[in-house]
Design a protein around this ligand. Structure first.
Ligand SMILES: Cc1ncc(COP(=O)(O)O)c(C=O)c1O
Length: 447
């Protein structure tokens, strides 16, 4: 992607030490990062430390952070209550490969938030959570095929690395999207175990379910397609899927890795008042500690006691479960939700106003603490519309222009969204908007 010359040179000048360190890291670590999406041109800044709502890089730049670890940090960085809880656990053991009380304590907190969840198992990441939810669903139904939405991201296990970012020329029919394997090393045979469906099209999905009635055992959806620019479901879509899953004997899985505890205390399940059979969780339930979970209806979850494998040395370790219980009991309180939701509205309204004043074509898509600006009049309702209407290169320039002013508006890439944490305050929203206001005339001119 082409970054405007002055933006690129400013960024390069600000991050000279990052460049040196990044070159060194690259000689030891492929692409110089621990997760490949974190590598971007000309080079990512290298983090020195984080505190509150700020990241600090090795050049001593600080960034007002709305990326928040790709949405894992709704509590903000180094939240004192979470840090205290972790410190107190350090002296009592960080890993028990035997049952311990925190398993029940943390599970109870999740169950309070998710009505459809009777039983919970813990994992170490979102990838593991969706992988195990899918396996449990297949085991329960005895049907091998997974139905997945075109463009949606559910982590990096083989079954979900299909048709996540299909290029324009390979999309196939809108009602019957093509299966495109995303990564070398994923066997072709995996595609035979997956069907791909369009988002927001109940009729097309019903037809796929009917055509594979004795084959599809699991449907996984991200109830708001966060990785396609906060794409919400049409009214009745999620409930419609519930009814179709009942009719065709399919386990309905919500991937709430990103939406969970962020769009509402009980995630999108609460926000849309729809009952999935299983829910996959991770990220913000753990306040920046590496933890995931999946849970759901008792009858489905008991499959784990009767044949569906779920093992893991680090699963449910007391260190991360102390983080989970502290986050859910003490940090993400009703007042905290009121606070982030108010700030979310302020940020969205501020963007809209600045765009109108500057003559920028665009709009904000937001749900409480989550949001994104799209520089187009067209509202994106699915992956294909995203491909058609979002100018990723233009967005990249907006992103660098913000970064150069010390504001990290969201994770790198136009498909991503901001997270407002409990540690953000009005002044941080003002600072974010001030940075946007500064670049608005330039964006208007270039658009
Ligand atoms: C919706 C969704 N599901 C699953 C995952 C995978 O989670 P993790 O990166 O913890 O493996 C992600 C990560 O961004 C995600 O956004």
């Amino acid at each position: 992607m082409e970054i405007w010359d002055d933006l690129e040179s400013t960024y390069i000048n600000r991050t000279a030490t990052s460049k040196e360190r990044y070159d060194e890291i690259q000689s030891h670590v492929p692409a110089g990062v621990a997760s490949t999406y974190r590598a971007w041109d000309p080079h990512p800044f290298v983090v020195d430390r984080a505190e509150g709502v700020h990241l600090h890089d090795v050049d001593d730049n600080s960034y007002l952070d709305f990326d928040m670890n790709n949405g894992a940090g709704m509590v903000g960085h180094t939240h004192p209550a979470v840090t205290e809880a972790i410190k107190s656990q350090l002296d009592n053991g960080t890993l028990f490969t035997h049952p311990h009380n925190l398993l029940a304590e943390a599970a109870k907190e999740l169950k309070k938030r998710w009505d459809p969840v009777d039983l919970v198992r813990f994992t170490n990441s979102g990838t593991e959570s969706t992988m195990h939810a899918i396996r449990t669903a297949r085991a329960y139904t005895g049907k091998d095929k997974l139905l997945k939405i075109e463009g949606s991201y559910h982590g990096v296990h083989d079954a979900v690395l299909i048709s996540k970012s299909t290029p324009k020329g390979k999309l196939g029919h809108p009602e019957r999207p093509a299966k495109v394997i995303e990564s070398d090393g994923v066997p072709e045979a995996i595609a035979d175990t997956v069907e791909i469906a369009p988002w927001n099209d109940l009729d097309a999905i019903e037809e796929i379910m009917r055509n594979h009635v004795n084959e599809i055992g699991a449907l996984i959806v991200e109830p708001i397609v966060m990785n396609v620019g906060v794409t919400q479901p049409y009214k009745e879509f999620l409930q419609g899927l519930r009814e179709l899953c009942d009719e065709y004997g399919i386990v309905y899985i919500f991937d709430e890795v990103k939406t969970g505890v962020k769009v509402a205390p009980g995630g999108a399940t609460e926000y849309y008042d729809v009952e999935p059979d299983l829910v996959a969780m991770a990220k913000s339930i753990g306040g920046n500690y590496p933890v995931g979970a999946f849970g759901g209806r008792e009858e489905v979850m008991r499959t784990i006691e009767n044949g569906a494998a779920h093992f893991g040395t680090y699963n449910g370790n007391p260190l991360v479960l102390r983080a989970v219980t502290t986050v859910l009991r003490d940090v993400l309180t009703d007042d905290a939700y009121q606070h982030v939701n108010d700030l979310g509205e302020k940020l969205a309204a501020g963007y809209e106003e600045i765009m109108t004043d500057a003559g920028i074509t665009g709009h904000v898509k937001n749900v409480n603490s989550q949001g994104i600006v799209h520089f187009t009049d067209e509202r994106v309702n699915n992956y294909r519309e995203y491909l058609e209407h979002i100018d990723e290169e233009f967005h990249e320039n907006y992103w660098f222009a913000m970064l150069n002013q010390g504001v990290l508006p969201h994770p790198h890439h136009a498909s991503q969204q901001w997270t407002i944490s409990v540690q953000h305050e009005e002044e941080h929203i003002d600072e974010h908007l001030e940075a946007f206001k500064n670049i608005a005339p330039r964006l208007a001119e270039q658009q």
